[in-house]
Design a protein around this ligand. Structure first.
Ligand code: A3P
Length: 287
């Protein structure tokens, strides 16, 4: 497919950084100018890499495993910085948990703040992102777009929140920093209990103590399971038209095999190898 042939969603362009259409432009400006505080906990991801799952694990750890009531949304509890701007974040109660998809150089930084980064292999990411974009009312102009169309956008880095690798690579350079916990979606899938304990320990002693209680740990594990989170999905994303793919969709590693043509596998593998050459990310996923 020629670059010019494929259907593209529209984006908001902030000096070359692409944001979803329909996000208030002032939210981005205000968000990137937020002054990070020592006790902030940032959950940083590229879109579709397990953001909601991770945030909900944190919410459950904070609430002893009791589920988020259906009258609330996770986005209100843990706002998306570059969507809502800093006002809402400043007024959050402790622990201030902040969601962001910003790349390293745009994310507000404080040496004592904590940054939990979750990465996912780009193959499953693009499939999930395709479904997300198609189902996102703010991308109504992509309603007829196909996976092949979206794949071209992803490969060119012309998608919401920019190029996948521009997000992953700089963050991964900081993965051993004291205030960074770097997890992968695949690790979380393989051993969610371990991930919950790692996250609680990272949040601090108060949360590490909580999760030592086996009953609480089990509740967090059960409530954050794919099956449980598939219920009452308006808690995660109320913006999706009912007929669209649900937000909590497949929750699998390797779903990409149902979508990629052999040529697409070659092209994304090539880009992956090129961008991750000389880093230990090459070994992160067996592609
Ligand atoms: P799929 O579309 O591959 O199913 P984000 O929150 O960053 O937008 O990521 C969304 C992806 O995480 C979706 O992937 C979604 O299904 C998956 N996900 C959400 N909750 C999950 C859970 N409890 N277990 C496994 N995957 C989950």
């Amino acid at each position: 497919m020629m670059e010019s042939d494929h259907k593209k969603p529209s984006y908001q362009n902030h000096n070359g950084f692409l944001m979803p259409m329909g996000f208030p432009p002032e939210g981005f400006i205000s968000g990137i100018n937020y002054q990070a505080q020592p006790d902030d906990i940032f959950v940083v991801t590229y879109p579709k890499c397990g953001t909601t799952w991770t945030l909900y694990m944190i919410w459950l750890i904070c609430h002893d495993g009791e589920p988020l009531p259906v009258t609330k949304t996770l986005n209100d509890e843990f706002p998306h910085l570059e969507e809502v701007g800093q006002e809402k974040v400043i007024n959050l109660p402790f622990p201030r948990v902040i969601k962001t998809h910003l790349p390293y150089d745009l994310t507000p930084y404080h040496p004592q703040a904590k940054y939990l980064y979750v990465a996912r292999n780009p193959f499953d990411c693009v499939v999930s992102f395709y479904h997300h974009t198609k189902g996102f009312v703010k991308h109504y102009d992509f309603a007829e777009g196909t996976f092949d169309d979206f794949f071209e956008c992803f490969l060119a880095g012309a998608v919401d929140f920019g190029d996948y690798f521009d997000n992953l690579l700089p963050w991964s350079e900081h993965k051993n920093d004291d205030n960074v916990l770097f997890l992968t979606y695949e690790q979380m899938k393989a051993d969610p209990k371990k991930a919950i304990i790692q996250i609680a320990n990272f949040l601090g002693d108060y949360f590490a103590d909580k999760i030592q209680n086996q009953e609480v740990l089990q509740k967090v594990l059960d409530q954050s399971s794919f099956e449980s989170m598939s219920q009452d999905q308006e808690r995660w994303s109320s913006k999706r038209p009912a007929h669209m793919t649900p937000f909590i969709r497949r929750g699998k590693v390797g779903d990409w095999k149902n979508y990629f043509s052999p040529e697409q596998v070659k092209r994304l593998t090539k880009k992956f190898k090129l961008r991750t050459a000389g880093t230990d990310l090459e070994k992160l996923w067996i592609l």
